[in-house]
Design a protein around this ligand. Structure first.
Ligand code: UDP
Length: 466
């Protein structure tokens, strides 16, 4: 670079140690890198190999920080929440990441070109102190969308649920006429009238750091979540930068995996496929897996079901019985690619936020079956607010509980062949179009990212001030 060229911006990106947080931030790194910024990703040794492999076609740097050892409550050797029992170990795991502050800051000292900005997962609140030490801006990143973020904050601040003792009693959300939620739409302990405990304390700390940050980067697009983004910006803050769907920056797959042949075959036979996947985090009970298997078998649709590595015995017989029309893949499927495949016409999903956006980007209507975290709110957004999916519901009117095989069968048939499924598909195609419009030149997400970069340039005095 010549001596008159402006210095290069350098973004330090620190994702929380969960697949659902790492993946979108890798996509964001690519987008920043494409805009000529230097990017360094911070992670730990055991998370690093897949990150390095995913970025091997770029000049993005990856720095491995030592993961804190011997933390009570964190199983030895675990450096990613997908290998944790979430309920018992998440909080000690999340709290232990604070011990990475020192090594993070030592590494920041050595960045070339020098650090311009920290983009930190909002779960890593300590990076606010690092940003202050280095006098650079800090942007938080949420693994969640604007609807769920705004609903959680509104619940915490305005307590519309305080009078409802019953977890399934619906109450109106203040500021959002027409939106009725229940305490069961929110994860415990946050759905209590006066939430308390270590998880609540941890989140309070992270939200306090976020409030003092320069902005919040969200993997969504403005047109889809306009009213929730506006509410966040006006009443909560800091300002949301909606720059998604980030999966649009995913590189094409390098190898064609065998299960894609199955999708090709079904497409050639004219048999629409239901893609079934519940993400990297949800612990789906063997009873629930059995009900899903029975429901899928009875529905008679073709399907590709991605399961986490562990297996359940009854599935072996199931796989033999359904092999003409369904396959179970244990391990990793390139989900973004699968959802783009023409043969995939429905997505039975836990409604993790990345999965929702990937379904939208692929134009594939969603059959929502949430389990944990903010997934119940994402399911509400998908089915009730956007109308791009339908729900498989537990018995008895609650949004939580076992979803029986009959309901799985009914909902799968409805999504793949019924009138409501057809309506959801029509709306999903429209929303998919809007999502693509957001990430092309001049689109809202591209403009939001350009704005963020311009602001960084101004702050680092790279652009002359007017
Ligand atoms: N994913 C994938 N292949 C798999 C399992 C997961 O590509 O076999 C990706 C998926 O595309 C998504 C992420 O892992 O980007 C999971 O994030 P999500 O927010 O949907 O769910 P979580 O795992 O956080 O519950």
């Amino acid at each position: 670079m010549g001596s008159n060229s402006p210095p290069t911006l350098h973004f330090a990106i620190f994702p929380f140690l969960s697949q659902g947080h790492i993946i979108p931030l890798l996509h964001l790194s690519r987008l920043l890198h494409l805009r000529s910024a230097a990017v360094t990703i911070f992670t730990t040794a055991s998370n690093s190999p897949p990150i390095r492999a995913a970025l091997s076609d770029t000049k993005i740097s990856v720095v491995d920080l030592p993961f804190p050892q011997n933390t009570p409550g964190v199983p030895p050797g675990v450096e990613n929440t997908q290998n944790l029992l979430y309920e018992s170990s998440f909080v000690p795991f999340a709290n232990s990441t604070k011990l990475m502050q020192k090594s993070f800051e030592s590494a920041l000292e050595n960045l070339h070109p020098p650090l311009s900005c920290i983009i930190s997962d909002s779960f890593l609140g300590f990076t606010l102190q690092s940003a202050n030490k280095f006098s650079v801006p800090r942007f938080g990143f949420f693994g969640m969308g604007a609807f769920s973020s705004t609903m959680y904050e509104t619940l915490g601040r305005e307590k519309p649920h305080s009078a409802s003792a019953d977890l399934d009693e619906a109450f109106p959300m203040p500021g959002f006429p027409g939106i009725m939620l229940t305490r069961n739409d929110f994860d415990p302990p946050f759905n209590a009238a006066a939430p308390e405990g270590p998880y609540v304390d941890f989140m309070k700390e992270q939200m306090a750091a976020l409030a003092k940050s320069d902005g919040l980067i969200v993997n969504t697009f403005y047109e889809m979540e306009r009213s929730y983004v506006d509410c966040w910006d006006q009443k909560i803050g800091p300002k949301m930068y909606c720059i998604g769907p980030l999966c649009s920056a995913a590189p094409p797959p390098r190898t064609a995996a065998a299960h894609f042949r199955f999708l090709d075959e079904k497409l050639a036979e004219g048999k629409p496929v239901l893609y079934v996947a519940f993400g990297t985090q949800a612990e789906v009970s063997p009873e629930q897996l059995r009900e899903i298997a029975i429901g899928l078998e009875r529905s008679e649709v073709s399907f590709l079901w991605v399961l986490k590595a562990e297996t359940v015995e009854f599935l072996t017989d199931f796989e033999i019985r359904v092999r003409e029309r369904g396959i179970v893949v244990r391990g990793w499927v390139d989900q973004v690619e699968a959802l783009k495949h023409e043969g995939v016409r429905g997505f039975l999903s836990h409604c993790g936020w990345n999965s929702v956006l990937e379904g939208i980007a692929g134009g594939v209507p969603i059959l929502a079956m949430p389990f944990m975290a903010e997934q119940h709110l994402n399911a509400r957004l998908v089915a009730e607010e956007l109308g791009v999916g339908i729900r498989a519901m537990p018995r008895g009117g609650s949004v939580r509980g076992l979803v029986a095989a009959e309901e799985v069968e009914r909902a799968v048939r409805e999504l793949m062949g019924g009138e409501r499924g057809a309506e959801a598909r029509r709306r999903m195609l429209e929303l998919g179009e809007a999502a693509r419009g957001a990430v092309v030149e001049g689109g809202s997400s591209v403009r939001a990212l350009d704005l963020l970069i311009d602001e960084m340039r101004l702050r680092t005095d790279i652009l002359p001030r007017v």
